[in-house]
Design a protein around this ligand. Structure first.
Ligand code: COA
Length: 325
């Protein structure tokens, strides 16, 4: 018995923020952003739009494509670092939003690796037979934790959501492998200090701008290339396939130069590497499911193809999965 993606959907907010507009907000340029990151524009959620709103929109599309009813969903797993609230979990809001009354629902916090962590957990639930149908989502409204006065970070991030519905199948489709890793000793390279139990919200935390992402981009860059390469290699090895068997690799969209570095290390030609960073920037846990949805709808992937998803993010966390569609 394998596992099949029976439905996939994605959603990004309507509002587009271009590099030209950012030039008016901080000391930056379209030229700098494009050459250093590959990003041209990103999507920004409305003030009234939360992460679960994006996730619900993506999930409804996935449910429609899967041709199932929401009450067939046994579990909802949301990877996010921008939850609607500390609690209830964003997954609980999604359950309510799509009317999946039979689903158990929970979030996982693994930053940009959140979707791949979610797929990995879902795979084990399905293999063990505990659940039959699982909705896995990567969703973020990073714009809400971005310091719009910090040019080092504000040019990088965007908002969006992607969702897949996984189900056991007799077909050849399967999640052939997953591989996950963590290094908590490097957590201070990418984090948001305020709002949790260490620095609960106060006038002081607001004044010190602790409710925004802090990042040491340069140090992360090198680690990202290394860890994403290793994660992809491990997942490929565990799956028992060769690089030539891969139709497409979908790397986390943090920086075009990181993606190129990973592709070089894996000796994969550019036509086998999916990129949409130019349109959305880094949407953390949402990048890989949004990209997978786009790759399928653009005809770059079809049934039976092998795709590798690989991500890296705050924690630090990293992970990869090899999927035969
Ligand atoms: C953030 C990142 C794009 C910066 O690119 P970089 O080539 O490493 O650039 P640096 O940080 O070395 O900065 C180079 C210069 O550009 C400046 N700079 C930074 N942001 C800028 C911006 N938006 N516009 C113009 N200049 C900028 C810096 O101040 C620095 O100037 P200085 O040399 O006078 O000090 C890159 O490091 C990156 O993508 N890092 C990884 C991000 C990541 O993986 N995140 C975690 C995974 S989700």
């Amino acid at each position: 018995m394998g596992i099949e993606i029976i439905g996939i959907g994605s959603y990004v907010p309507e509002k587009i923020l271009t590099n030209a507009e950012l030039e008016k907000m901080v000391d930056t340029s379209d030229e700098w952003i494009t050459t250093r990151t590959g990003i041209k524009e990103r999507r920004i959620a409305k003030d009234t739009e939360s992460t679960s709103d994006l996730a619900v929109n993506a999930s409804k599309k996935a449910i429609k494509k899967a041709n199932i009813t929401p009450d067939e969903i046994d579990a909802i797993i949301v990877g996010t670092i921008t939850p609607d609230m500390s609690f209830p979990s964003t997954a609980c809001f999604v359950q309510k939003g799509i009317g999946a009354k039979n689903a158990t629902a929970f979030d996982i916090s693994a930053a940009c690796s959140g979707f791949i962590y979610g797929v990995s957990i879902a795979r084990e639930f399905l293999r063990s037979g505990i659940f039959k149908t699982i909705l896995v989502i990567g969703a973020e409204t990073l714009s809400k934790i971005t310091d719009w006065e910090d040019r080092n970070t504000c040019v990088l991030f965007g908002d969006g959501a992607g969702a897949v519905i996984l189900r056991k199948t007799d077909s050849q489709s399967d999640i052939l492998s997953t591989y996950l890793g963590t290094d908590g000793t490097l957590g201070d390279l990418l984090y948001m200090p305020g709002g949790g139990s260490r620095n609960p919200a106060s006038q002081k935390t607001i004044k010190e701008r602790l409710h925004y992402v802090r990042m040491e981009g340069n140090k992360l860059f090198k680690i990202a290339v290394k860890k994403m390469t290793t994660a992809a290699q491990k997942a490929i090895e565990i799956a028992g396939i060769k690089c030539e068997d891969i139709k497409l690799i979908i790397p986390h969209q943090a920086n075009i130069r990181i993606v190129e570095g990973v592709a070089n290390q894996l000796k994969l030609p550019s036509e086998k590497v999916f990129l949409n960073i130019q349109k959305y920037g880094n949407t953390s846990a949402a990048t890989t499911p949004i990209a997978l949805d786009e790759a399928i709808s653009q005809g770059k992937l079809k049934k039976g193809d092998i795709v590798v998803l690989v991500a890296f993010g705050g924690g630090l966390t990293w992970g990869a999965t090899v999927i035969r569609l």
